[in-house]
Design a protein around this ligand. Structure first.
Ligand code: NAD
Ligand code: TYD
Length: 350
């Protein structure tokens, strides 16, 4: 039986990966390591928590003393590393947390993997999950490929870029078996309502203003989280050691167009007259250093491993809205307490 460590498994993407691996691979023991920060929520995993091949460990990757003993105890065969501070706006107000978790935390995991695999790296894999934001900002043309030079512009993307470089450095210097993927913006159920889509669903539902940064002309390439999960499964099992794979939805949207589509979908589902939710759109001060456009060329992954995005964006958005409307209690739980303070600092002073 292989033992696989998934870090950040209580978060948005991590919980989808944990559920998928626990159900698809009953012969793997899946250990979910998470510090349960504001973004980590074990409610995301209620349906798998009693499965015999699933275990949760509460630990903080930024503390070497918590990490090394876990690797010695479980002697993991593989690591899928998602734990991170992940929100650009929070990285602008508090960069240091991003440096500590995303850079130091990643190095702690690399050191621990190197320590237990040094004699027998064959068949082992350290899979680092990263973002397209490391490549910087595009103009109106072009796409990020795996060869695009890194040019991160926010403390979040700079900390992820740093961690990517360190993962590659451990491959070249210490022969640690690694693979990296850089994905575009994900959407789907269980995403914390600080990111655009769940925040706006929550606000539309509650008739609150929709804070559009700048003119709403920034472009993102959106991918349904289950398509990302399928790509991660494929890369973990079939990816070539030492390689990087870009993952994207081939699905670019200007923020304002996406927001208007979301408003129309929500009007329909909430039985409101068409145009009601759009009235909530409020243009606010732009994000500092706001990257204009992200767009991914995922040709390498498509040609070499046969992956392609499968979920049509409008259908994915309908599914996502349905999930939040059906899980109001989840939303109420995560938006109580600290969230109110975050919201006030982020939006009411803008
Ligand atoms: P998230 O913020 O929803 O979840 C992060 C998880 O990591 C949480 O469960 C949190 O408790 C945990 N965590 C944070 N600090 C920790 C620490 N010090 N020790 C242990 N656990 C800690 O993030 P997400 O959106 O699910 O993103 C997961 C990964 O995917 C991140 O590495 C992110 O950079 C990457 N990624 C995200 C997107 C996206 O659109 N969300 C796109 C591409 C890549
Ligand atoms: P976000 O979901 O934070 O993802 P990222 O910044 O990592 O791409 O934001 C997506 C886009 O939406 C981005 O261009 C910023 C914009 N945005 C707003 O206009 N208003 C908001 O309240 C938020 C959270 C984001």
């Amino acid at each position: 039986m292989k033992t696989i460590l998934i870090t950040g498994g209580a978060g948005f993407i991590g919980s989808h990966i944990v559920r998928f691996f626990v159900n698809k691979y009953p012969h793997y023991r899946i250990v979910n390591l998470d510090a349960l920060t504001y973004a980590g929520n074990l409610e995301n995993l209620r349906d798998v928590e009693d499965k015999p091949n699933y275990e949760f460990v509460k630990a903080d990757i930024s503390f070497d003393k918590e990490i090394m003993p876990l690797f010695e105890k479980y002697r993991f065969d593989g690591v899928i590393h998602l734990a991170a501070e992940s929100h650009v706006d929070r990285s602008i107000s508090n960069p240091m947390e991003f440096i500590i978790t995303n850079i130091i935390g990643t190095v702690n995991l690399l050191n621990a993997a190197r320590h237990i695999w040094k004699d027998q790296p064959e068949g082992k894999l350290f899979y680092h999950i990263s973002t397209d934001e490391v490549y910087g900002s595009l103009g109106e043309e072009g796409y990020f490929t795996e060869n695009t030079p890194y040019d991160p512009r926010s403390p979040y993307s700079a900390s992820k870029a740093s961690s990517d470089h360190l993962v590659r450095a451990y491959y070249h210097t210490f022969n640690l078996p690694i693979v990296i993927s850089n994905c575009s913006n994900n959407y789907g159920g269980n995403q914390f309502p600080e990111k655009l889509i769940p925040l706006f669903i929550h606000n539309i539902r509650n008739n609150k203003p929709l804070p559009v940064y700048g003119k709403g002309e920034n472009v993102r390439d959106w991918l349904f989280v289950e398509d990302h999960t399928a790509a991660i499964d494929l890369i973990f099992h079939k990816g070539k050691t030492g390689e990087t794979y870009n993952i994207g939805g081939n699905n670019e949207w200007r923020n304002i167009d996406l927001i208007k589509l979301l408003c129309r979908i929500m009007d329909g589902k909430l039985g409101r007259a068409e145009g009601t939710s759009e009235k909530l759109i409020t243009y606010v001060k732009d994000r500092a250093g706001h990257d204009l456009r992200y767009a991914i060329d995922s040709g390498k992954l498509q040609h070499e491993l046969g992956w392609s995005p499968s979920v049509d964006f409008e259908k994915g958005l309908h599914k996502t809205v349905d999930w939040y409307l059906a899980n109001e209690e989840w939303l109420n739980n995560v938006t109580s307490g600290d969230y109110k303070k975050y919201y006030e600092e982020q939006y009411l002073k803008r």
